[in-house]
Design a protein around this ligand. Structure first.
Ligand code: NAD
Length: 491
């Protein structure tokens, strides 16, 4: 391997090889090497953050008028759209998601930049009612240097969701993508350069979370960390943030309940439950991994669901007919298999999947079949711990009180799904379920205009929404004296 084949990383606008160890990223469907690069080093972190701070102070980005910053963000959206197929193919190879899904992720990333461009140029500051001889204003300013730390499951979308509002708010941003999926973050930085973002306002530093992510989080010049990932890492980041008194947002894990009432439209519910757990191979924070079905329809519903799961098309992510690709890695598949074993050891019965698919297509990739287990209690291990794979646990329920108690019995509270034709029950349940996001007669639909986030161990803070830009801005009160005479105290 010569150095010309190594991918450079972006350190405060300088594209060069990282100072850390060399490693390969692999296509999860075949194990082929996709890219070879050097991870960032701790020295690169220092250089990137110092460069970002300099850019914040001197590049003029924070001082540009909102519509001028918006123009750059609109251009980023346009460039993503112009390169959409190339980016979707790269995202597919980066983490093995089916091409239909990566095309949607790329489109959503472009939409995110467009949305925050609009939020930026339409953000209003406030003149508040005066309570003295002064005018009072509440205005917003950039924080300085902020960090975005992201997981491997939907890189381009989760990175866009952080980079766009951070830049819209006038900040310089340091991105730490997951070590195994660094490519979309690097491409976004290239696009930011091409769109005219002043140099130094974006860095992308691949590498180990415990080294590079930790060094970024602890750095005194980092004023905010926007983190998406697992709950234990999120808790660790929150502890550092508490020490630094730093703003933090945490989008963490989930163990989301989906409930099917006896009056549900079963065609819609079967399709929605399958999509909720098995799309993205279940590697989704909002995967509907606990299913509660009214006992009166349990048997019929499960028979249909099992049939549906067994006919899902698992295979080559480049094929537009594929519904489920591989898991991210062999080691993650081993973890999923371990959880399935625990579920069966605790008395669960397998209704679908529970093994790797057979055939030469699957030999080298980390594939796993859509899996349904029943016969467990909500208190059992695989109903309480996040598996982050295509494993659904199904349970019957008796009555609304029983349902609500079980559904809410989780440390997580990220999402919930409700399938019913009864609008009153739907509303009652939507209010009663503890979750940051509730879907009624649909699931896993997203809109950049609607704030997203979790309760309890699923996180802190919100992303998206028109006011999502304010998460990356400091609020400042200005009192502007209008007195004709000196303040009375001085007399
Ligand atoms: P992870 O927590 O292991 O890693 C996430 C990111 O944090 C990576 O970039 C990693 O390198 C970095 N990191 C790890 N240790 C760190 C440390 N000590 N300091 C700073 N950064 C560190 O998560 P993962 O395995 O990449 O992703 C899966 C998890 O992400 C699941 O729990 C899933 O539910 C969660 N997730 C949540 C959402 C959401 O919006 N709520 C979305 C996607 C994924």
């Amino acid at each position: 391997m010569t150095t010309t084949e190594l991918r450079p990383i972006c350190i405060a606008g300088n594209w060069r090889l990282g100072g850390g160890v060399q490693y390969d990223t692999c296509y999860p469907a075949t194990g082929e090497v996709v890219a070879t690069l050097n991870a960032a080093s701790v020295g690169d972190v220092e250089e990137a953050i110092q460069g970002a701070h300099k850019a914040y102070l001197e590049s003029g980005w924070a001082q540009r008028k909102p519509h001028e910053r918006a123009a750059v963000l609109y251009r980023i959206a346009q460039l993503i759209r112009e390169r959409s197929e190339e980016l979707a193919q790269l995202q597919r190879r980066d983490n093995g998601k089916p091409i239909n899904e990566t095309r949607a992720l790329v489109a959503s990333a472009a939409g995110t930049f467009q949305f925050f461009a609009s939020a930026c140029e339409t953000l209003e500051e406030t003149i508040t009612p005066p309570r003295g001889d002064y005018m009072t204003m509440s205005i917003y300013e950039a924080m300085g240097v902020v960090a975005a730390i992201t997981p491997w499951n939907s890189p381009i979308a989760s990175e866009a969701q952080k980079i766009a509002p951070a830049l819209a708010g006038g900040n310089a941003v340091v991105v730490k993508p997951a070590e195994i999926t660094p490519l979309m973050g690097l491409e976004l930085a290239r696009i930011c350069d091409e769109a005219g973002l002043p140099k130094g306002n974006i860095s992308v530093l691949p590498g180990k979370g415990s080294v590079i992510g930790d060094a970024i989080t602890r750095h005194p010049l980092i004023r905010r960390v926007s983190f998406t990932g697992g709950t234990s890492v999120g808790r660790h980041i929150a502890q550092i943030a508490a020490e630094k008194l730093m703003s933090v947002s945490l989008e963490l894990g989930g163990k989301s309940p989906t409930v099917v009432l006896e009056d549900a439209d079963l065609d819609h519910a079967v399709a929605g439950v399958m999509y909720g757990i098995f799309s993205s191979s279940g590697e989704s924070c909002i995967a509907g991994s606990r299913l509660f079905v009214a006992r009166s329809i349990y048997k019929e519903f499960m028979d249909r669901l099992v049939k549906g799961a067994q006919s899902l098309r698992v295979g080559d992510p480049s094929d537009t007919a594929t519904q489920m690709g591989p898991l991210i890695s062999q080691s993650h598949r081993a973890s999923v298999e371990h959880y399935v074993k625990i579920g069966l050891d605790e008395g669960g019965q397998l209704r679908a999947g529970g093994s790797r698919p057979k055939g030469t297509l699957y030999d080298k990739g980390s594939f796993y079949l859509p899996t349904i287990i029943e016969g467990l209690k909500n208190s059992d291990t695989i109903c309480q711990e996040e598996i982050f794979g295509p494993v659904l646990v199904a349970m019957p329920f008796d009555g609304m009180d029983d349902l609500i108690a079980q559904a809410n019995d989780s440390v997580y509270a990220l999402a919930a799904g409700i399938w019913t034709r009864d609008y009153k029950k739907a509303w009652h349940l939507a209010r009663a379920l503890k979750a940051g996001n509730v879907w009624i007669n649909t699931y896993k639909q997203f809109s950049i205009s609607t704030p997203f986030g979790g309760w309890r161990d699923s996180g802190l803070g919100r992303e998206k929404g028109r006011l999502g830009i304010l998460q990356y801005m400091e609020q400042k009160a200005v009192y502007w004296g209008m007195n004709e005479k000196p303040l009375p105290w001085a007399n």
